[in-house]
Design a protein around this ligand. Structure first.
Ligand code: TXA
Ligand code: MG
Length: 334
């Protein structure tokens, strides 16, 4: 394949004719990239082993990295699970459709390759109207990792998908920017207590209000440790440029020094921007949710403008910044 076909689709009321084209392709074993409220996903029928294999090929993703199955609702999730607990049910009722992924025991009818060979499966019901229309018309679960090459930045715009995967799949549904801009929160609900595997768009306080058992492993993003979630490599979500995280106080100086050393430099600050000669400064919000929604797009834009180095001012330590700090920790150069 050379160039992937793109169809524009209204994010709020997708044209059924466009969705039908996507469904046709999926039914033939093809791959369709589509928007979710978090990031764009690269979709294939979740029960089609050959199509799953194509996802791994397209992304250059190691076979042991499990993929999330997307479903319409809790009933759809139950069919993929060997044991759907009362806790899973409570969480699904509270947050689906939405950016929460639940790891549960995998039903034997689901290909092991989807789950990277493990006996679990990660499932979520996305909220984006385009994703929901696709699932409804297809009538089957969709396997969908983020639509980017292995270890590169997740896509929050259609052009980000093409930047890394053009020609590797059949159709791209372009519905504009993904509102949340950061991936779903992944929790493992198999044990006596739930475990946070990946902080994400759904905040912990909200989850705790429904599931008080949830545990947050220490050093979620610590380097060189066994990952809590298979496929959560330390280096992930990385831009092409070298990404450096500096304290708020130092970020400007660090950017200036890289600039003086001859690098093309981008600086991502929070709340207030001081112009620095020769440095591209991007200012993101002091509100964590607004910051999250713009982070990946900002890193993509700085990458595209040819930056060699991106300096990011370190966000505060609070739990509301957990997902952002996790992504920056994985994206930073080491
Ligand atoms: O927001 C999202 O979750 C997006 C959109 C497209 O839905 N998808 C996404 O997929 O981020 P991906 O493949 O890029 O990330 C999947 C994450 C990884 O961290 C992986 O380790 C975890 O989910 N995961 C998937 N299946 C798992 C399993 N069976 N057990 C534990 N972790 C799992
Ligand atoms: Mg990903």
């Amino acid at each position: 394949m050379t160039t992937t076909r793109t169809l524009q689709v209204d994010p709020l009321s997708p044209d059924p004719a466009v969705i039908a084209e996507a469904v046709e392709i999926l039914k033939r074993g093809g791959l369709v990239a589509f928007p979710t409220e978090t990031v764009y996903g690269l979709g294939a029928r979740a029960l089609d082993e050959a199509a799953i294999e194509r996802i791994f090929q397209a992304k250059g993703r190691p076979a042991r990295h499990p993929i999330i199955a997307h479903v319409e609702d809790e009933a759809g999730a139950r069919k993929l699970s060997a044991d759907w607990s009362e806790r899973a049910s409570r969480l699904a009722r509270a947050f689906w459709p939405g950016p929460l992924t639940l790891v549960v025991p995998r039903a034997s009818s689901v290909p092991a390759s989807l789950s990277g060979g493990t006996d679990s499966i990660a499932i979520r019901a996305p909220a984006h109207p385009v994703a929901r229309a696709l699932l409804a018309m297809l009538g089957e679960p969709l396997a969908a990792p983020s639509a980017n090459r292995y270890q590169s930045l997740s896509p929050t715009l259609a052009k980000h998908v093409l930047k890394s995967l053009d020609g590797q799949f059949e159709l791209l549904l372009d519905a504009g920017p993904c509102a949340r801009g950061i991936e779903s929160t992944v929790i493992d609900v198999r044990g006596a207590r739930s475990r946070l595997l990946r902080p994400g768009a759904l905040d912990l306080p909200q989850i705790r209000a429904i599931d008080g058992s949830i545990e947050v492993a220490d050093g979620l993003a610590a380097e060189g440790e066994e990952r809590a979630s298979p496929g959560m490599d330390a280096r992930h979500y990385a831009p092409r440029a070298k990404l450096v995280v500096s304290t708020d106080a130092d970020a400007g100086d660090v950017a200036r020094r890289h600039r003086e050393a001859g690098a093309r430099v981008g600086l991502v600050s929070r709340g207030e921007a001081h112009p620095i000669s020769g440095v591209t400064v991007r200012t993101l919000s002091v509100d964590p949710k607004t910051y999250e929604s713009a982070l990946f797009a900002t890193l993509h834009a700085l990458d595209d403008s040819g930056c060699d180095v991106i300096v990011v001012a370190e966000p505060p330590a609070g739990e509301e910044w957990l997902a952002v700090r996790d992504r920056l920790e994985r994206a930073r150069a080491r």
